[in-house]
Design a protein around this ligand. Structure first.
Ligand SMILES: [Zn+2]
Ligand SMILES: [Zn+2]
Length: 308
């Protein structure tokens, strides 16, 4: 397995990435309602060590770039709280593989705004869903998809990463198999295109990650098709649905099919030991990622003998 490649750090901001500090950060998706700095308070409140946020409504195209003063406040608050890498999650409407040209253009625009904002905020990068090929087939939309990604990267200079998230495999969704993500990455040819592995989506698409042998097979496949040096974030979610269901239904850690022992196993793998994790779970009180889920993962990390 290849060693993790550290993400470049800018002088003015802490941009921690995989492979830095030897720490596995346990983060969570938190709301940025009321402004980016508020997200830091919410992360601190639940004990999260890193955060994922939406920088605009995930179900609308409208995007308003945060003002410099707010960005500055966010960076100061993150640093004061000792936050690990921040990631942004792109909006759900993006579909670079769509036959609708206008939709593709808006998707490129949206991802570009997000990636430029990530750069300004010192975030690790932007995670997005490859979405659907709308029945055309993966091969048929590959060139178009690759062209879109290249345009986003070209329009967003810097070192913030663009991260493809593996999908659960429903319908015509791209990226439930690592070979598809790998094909996109090699065709784009940029060292800024990485992957976020969602444990629930992997489970739904048939990767049995709570079985040691299957987990190691999955990691070997990831390394072969993509390269483990491109694995820069993990969405830590248990699964409400059975293995291979192709259904995207996140559960609280320990309440689903993967189980706490499954997460302990995942955390124990050296290749994953320095990849930041972000919870996207419903929450025990249905309010989203909470202190209880964070503490379950922290305990699992401790029992897996990983540095935190
Ligand atoms: Zn996602
Ligand atoms: Zn996810």
């Amino acid at each position: 397995m290849r060693p993790a490649k550290p993400v470049q750090r800018t002088a003015s901001v802490t941009r921690l990435g995989p492979g830095e500090n030897g720490i596995m950060y346990i983060g969570a998706h938190v709301s940025a309602a009321g402004g980016l700095p508020k997200a830091v308070d919410r992360a601190v409140d639940i004990g999260a060590e890193a955060m994922q946020i939406f920088v605009s409504s995930p179900r609308a195209w409208r995007f308003k770039a945060p003002e410099d003063a707010l960005v500055e406040k966010f960076r100061e608050a993150s640093e004061a709280a000792g936050m690990g890498p921040t990631v942004f999650h792109g909006i759900y409407l993006c579909a670079l593989g769509s036959p609708d040209e206008a939709l593709v253009e808006r998707s490129i625009e949206s991802l570009t705004s997000h990636l430029q904002t990530a750069e300004r905020c010192g975030a690790l990068g932007v995670i997005f869903h490859p979405a659907s090929h709308r029945g055309a087939g993966f091969e048929a939309v590959l060139d178009q998809f690759v062209d879109g990604v290249k345009r986003v990267l070209d329009a967003s200079p810097g070192d913030a990463l663009l991260m493809l998230e593996n999908s659960a495999g429903a319908g015509d969704h791209i990226g439930s198999k690592f070979s598809e993500l790998g094909a996109i990455i090699s065709a784009v040819g940029s060292d800024r295109l990485h992957v976020c592995l969602d444990t629930q989506h992997a489970w739904a698409s048939g990767y049995e990650l709570n079985n040691a042998d299957k987990l190691d097979e999955m990691l070997a496949e990831f390394d072969r098709e993509i390269g483990l040096d491109r694995l820069s974030a993990i969405h830590a979610n248990d699964s409400m649905r059975p293995l291979g269901s192709a259904v995207d239904r996140h559960d609280n850690i320990g309440e689903g099919e993967i189980g706490v022992d499954g997460f302990k196993l995942i955390m124990s793998r050296p290749a994953l030991a320095e990849v930041p994790m972000y919870l996207e779970v419903p929450g025990f009180e249905k309010g989203g990622p909470d202190a209880q889920n964070v503490s379950i993962l922290k305990k699992a990390r401790e029992e897996a003998g990983v540095a935190g």
